[in-house]
Design a protein around this ligand. Structure first.
Ligand code: S3P
Length: 689
């Protein structure tokens, strides 16, 4: 199909999408809930690596937070309970966690904490936050380069008047948080307005905040009041889909409940200047923030100039604006954006390098970039430098049917938008992901009985699930076996070095794998043949976790698991089963066990004998380190039953799940009367219907 707009091949968008919760508000919601004594409910939280970093770090400082989930009831204990953490605070990739929590620690007299981060965060400037906190009386040590590791020692602070040297909401927020925790007034001046969520949320919690011109005055009085927060959709995540729909050739996309705070909507103004057709419907206010639904339709795009005061209002959207500029008519100039060099990567250099790598005419400026469009067919390899927004900006271009773009680390989107690739597949009607998408959607139409079992690595999910299935006469779907089959096939085709495997090429092998229903489960067939030994072999065991981290591989596995569940009543174990794969499962179980016990069980399985305490200690250390790094870690669904197996034998665990399943089955039997799909499970099993 050829495109009536600007002669492009057809990129068709359709449907409606609720992008995940706003990252800035999610971080702050957790921090304010911990700092305000009393109960705060946070709903719609962004479940991403950065937000998990904030939760982890707050817990290390003494806040008592439940496991991170879409909705959390948090019993705030106030700033007074915070204490020095036993270990360094690992902020992962998150600048917001680092800088805002630095403000909290600075205001907590006697608390001392060392902040560390990943390679990208360890290269980002911290002097900007250290300076005002020191000016208030805290003590801050940095590396000689002014970066992490950073050690902050809280103190009794004094009043401050501070003018921000860079437009930075993070630095502004750090100063405001230090003020509130220490109970001293501050005045902050900013040359250009930056996002004001901290001010809005403080005001809602009883702090006197006044904004006069470019100055914000904060006068704290007493503890923060607890407040519930409903986190709206992140406009920085929605921006990728606004760009996608604007550059499409046909269709319409609705982005539901997006945050429309004016300090965050510069992107919408820019794309409208470029000719995009963006309509806001149903604007309203939730928890002091304006939100609305965006309706975006394709249009002819033209270049524009971007700079000055609008930069802070679209700072995170500049990568996708530069990407969009490559398909717009004319020369787009972005200036006054030197701050881009201090983000998760040097986004000026990285955007220009990658735009050129796919054939776009782009040029670096000291404080911005120039992009000349429209480009011909976009072809090449993108090196994300691990930066989530670079991956997504090029992901949008890669969705064009006429493009051939590969992205080196697509999984880095987990920092802010873990379901990005799935959402991209869902709203485009012409990408390679479409087949998976339709399998996913049709899979969701099933109405069989599903028991979802999630839990961390080595929690015993798989053997317990198999046993539960056997007891109930259901089929067991071992999602791990599908990852193993894909890994085994990649190994056969591309050799032992998994770092060199290309995600697209591996996924293209997926059609050679089928799931065959066997007695009480399913077995994967490679080219029509079972490969049991190979799947359990050392080579596959070594590489399978790498494959399981690829979002597209997870989509592929999830789609097949759903298809299996269309044919049978099933017990499914794996990752994200109760949250992503079967959000409507009749019973969701989340298995947990103390790491020592998980390590002990794993060793017994591996060694075939009772391990020594030293062996268990070593394995525990490995397991805990792996949990911390595990990017595919399951989240506990809100309606999952937590089963702590530490003190249970496997038989007791199975009995407990079987009892829960019997109750759920009774409930499902009542509900199923109204569906028209017959149950196709194991015929030997008695079914209530
Ligand atoms: C953020 C502020 C901005 C933004 C970041 C989130 C916040 O950073 O880029 O993604 O939540 O306050 P700076 O303060 O460094 O500009």
């Amino acid at each position: 199909m050829s495109d009536p707009v600007q002669g492009r091949d057809a990129l068709v968008v359709h449907g409606s999408l609720r992008v995940p919760g706003d990252k800035s508000i999610s971080h702050r919601a957790l921090m304010f809930a911990a700092l305000a004594p009393g109960r705060s409910r946070v709903s719609g939280l962004l479940l991403s690596a950065d937000v998990r970093s904030t939760a982890r770090v707050l817990s290390q400082l003494g806040a008592s937070l439940p496991p991170v989930d879409l909705s959390m009831d948090i019993a705030g204990r106030g700033a007074a309970v915070l204490h020095s953490p036993l270990e360094a605070l690992d902020c992962g990739n998150s600048g917001t966690t680092t800088r805002l929590v630095a403000g909290i620690v600075a205001g907590s007299a006697g608390v001392r904490a060392r902040f560390e981060g990943d390679e990208s965060l360890s290269a980002r400037p911290m002097r900007r936050v250290a300076k005002p906190l020191e000016a208030m009386g805290a003590h801050v040590e940095l590396s000689p380069a002014g970066t992490l590791p950073m050690t902050v020692t809280g103190s009794t602070l004094h009043e401050l008047e501070w003018t921000l040297e860079q437009a930075s909401a993070q630095v502004k927020s750090a100063v405001l948080l230090a003020s509130v925790v220490a109970g001293v007034p501050v005045t902050v001046r900013e040359h250009h307005a930056t996002r004001d969520h901290t001010e809005r949320m403080l005001e809602a919690r009883g702090v006197a905040i006044t904004r006069t011109g470019d100055t914000i005055r904060c006068v704290p009085s007493g503890p923060l009041a607890p407040r519930d927060v409903q986190v709206p959709g992140d406009p920085s995540s929605a921006a990728f889909f606004v760009a996608l729909a604007a550059m499409a050739s046909d269709g319409e996309l609705r982005l539901v409940d997006v945050l429309l705070n004016p300090t965050r909507t510069g992107f919408l103004e820019v794309v409208r200047r470029m000719g995009a057709d963006v309509e806001v419907i149903g604007p309203h206010t939730v928890d002091g923030e304006p939100i609305g639904t965006l309706v975006v339709r394709p249009s002819n795009l033209r270049a524009t100039d971007i700079g000055g005061a609008e930069i802070p209002t679209l700072i995170d959207e500049l990568p996708v604006i530069a990407a969009l500029a490559s398909v717009a008519d004319g020369e787009t100039r972005i200036t006054g954006a030197a701050e881009l060099r201090a983000k998760e990567s040097d986004r000026i250099a990285v955007m220009v390098e990658n735009l050129r790598a796919i054939g776009v005419d782009a040029e670096e400026l000291p404080d911005g970039l120039i992009v000349r469009g429209p480009s011909a067919r976009l072809v090449g390899r993108v090196s994300t430098h691990g930066d989530h927004r670079i991956a997504m900006a090029f992901g949008v271009l890669a969705a064009r049917p006429d493009a051939a773009i590969s992205i080196d680390v697509p999984g880095c989107v987990d920092v802010s938008y873990p379901s990005f690739w799935g959402d991209l597949a869902t709203v485009t009607a012409s990408t390679r992901a479409t087949a998976v998408h339709f399998a996913t959607v049709s899979g969701a139409l099933r109405s069989h009985f599903v028991i979802a079992i999630d839990g961390p690595a080595a929690s015993g999910k798989s053997s317990t699930a198999r046993w539960v299935a056997e007891r109930l006469g259901l089929r067991h779907v071992d999602s791990g076996a599908l990852y193993r089959a894909l890994t085994a096939l990649a190994h056969r085709e591309f050799g032992a070095v998994a770092e060199q495997w290309n995600v697209d090429a591996v996924l293209a092998l997926g059609d050679r794998i089928a799931l065959r229903a066997i007695d009480l489960g399913f077995e994967p067939l490679i080219d029509g043949t079972p490969a049991d030994d190979e799947l359990r072999g050392a080579a596959v065991t070594r590489e399978v976790s790498r494959v399981a981290q690829w979002p597209m591989a997870r989509e592929w596995v999830n789609a097949r698991v759903r298809l299996a569940a269309r044919a049978s009543d099933v017990v499914v174990d794996g990752r994200d089963i109760g949250t992503v794969v079967f959000p409507d499962a009749a019973l969701k179980v989340f298995l947990v066990a103390d790491p020592w016990e998980r390590a002990r069980r794993r060793l017994i399985q591996r060694l075939g004998r009772r391990p020594t305490d030293v062996e268990v200690a070593e394995e525990t250390e490995r397991l805990v380190a792996r949990d911390a790094k595990d990017q595919t870690q399951s989240v506990q669904a809100r309606d999952a039953v937590l089963v702590d197996t530490t003190a249970l034998t496997q038989e007791e665990q199975v009995e407990r799940i079987v009892a829960l399943a019997e109750v759920a089955r009774g409930r499902a039997a009542g509900a199923r009367v109204s569906t028209d799909t017959p149950a196709l499970g194991n015929p030997a099993v008695h079914r209530p219907d």
